[in-house]
Write a protein that binds this ligand. Structure first.
Ligand SMILES: [Zn+2]
Length: 232
């Protein structure tokens, strides 16, 4: 990450944070160039540059004479771009004003958080819809393939193998996503829902112990039926 500018050069921890924000892609939404690629001999090459939103000096693009060096090198004033886009936004600062660059930065972080299911929402209604699709998918798989079906007496049945695969590939990851969404929105739970969620967490741990870590003979804690109405 070039762009060495002495006192306004970002610290190592700021640079790591910028990499995290970028998810590895240029911060200009119309570009999305991969910031690390493999060259023909298999070496990693990266094109990432930490662009200053407000210029690194008092005379650069989008400059603000009143800004301190400390604020100029702060995470909040930096955006990870590919080398081309960095040149573009600095050569035409009128076409790429401060507000636009801040919006690129904000929306990238928000999109990543949404994709990972880790963003906090404003209302119980939003929290409900965030987990509902996952809950419905799990319920349908359970109805189609779950151990309540006829094959239960025959562990060799093809359906049993489908069930085990669905458990590893979909059900457990969905449970983990739901817990993540619930945990970042914990403030929206009622008091009785908090204890239902903890029972649910135990249920998920037991599923993982059995299906991921192969621990047999455990009495699994059941899925608490109240989970279907959390955030309702
Ligand atoms: Zn770019």
């Amino acid at each position: 990450m070039p762009c060495a500018r002495g006192p306004t050069n970002p610290s190592a921890s700021t640079r790591s944070r910028l990499w995290g924000d970028s998810s590895g892609y240029c911060g200009r939404p119309d570009c999305l160039a991969k910031l690390i690629v493999q060259d023909p001999v298999g070496e990693d090459a990266h094109f990432a540059e930490a662009a200053h939103i407000v210029a690194a000096s008092g005379s650069g693009p989008r400059a603000n004479l009143d800004m301190s060096d400390e604020a100029r090198r702060d995470w909040a004033n930096l955006l990870l771009l590919c080398a081309n886009c960095h040149a573009l936004v600095d050569k035409s600062p009128e076409a790429y004003p401060i507000d636009m660059l801040l919006e690129w930065k904000r929306s990238r972080i928000e999109k990543t958080e949404r994709a990972l299911g880790v963003s906090a929402v404003a209302s119980r209604e939003e929290a409900w819809s965030a987990i509902h699709a996952l809950r419905v998918q799990n319920r349908m798989i359970h109805a189609d393939l779950g151990p309540d079906n006829d094959y239960a007496m025959n562990p060799e049945a093809e359906q049993a193998a489908h069930w085990r695969r669905a458990m590893l590939e979909t059900l457990i990851p969905n449970h983990r996503s739901m817990l993540r969404i619930i945990d970042v929105n914990r403030g929206l739970l009622t008091e009785s829902e908090v204890s239902i969620v903890e029972q649910y967490r135990s249920h998920v741990s037991d599923l993982e112990a059995r299906h991921l870590h192969g621990r047999r003979g455990l009495t699994s804690r059941r899925y608490p039926s109240g989970m279907d109405r959390v955030f309702e």
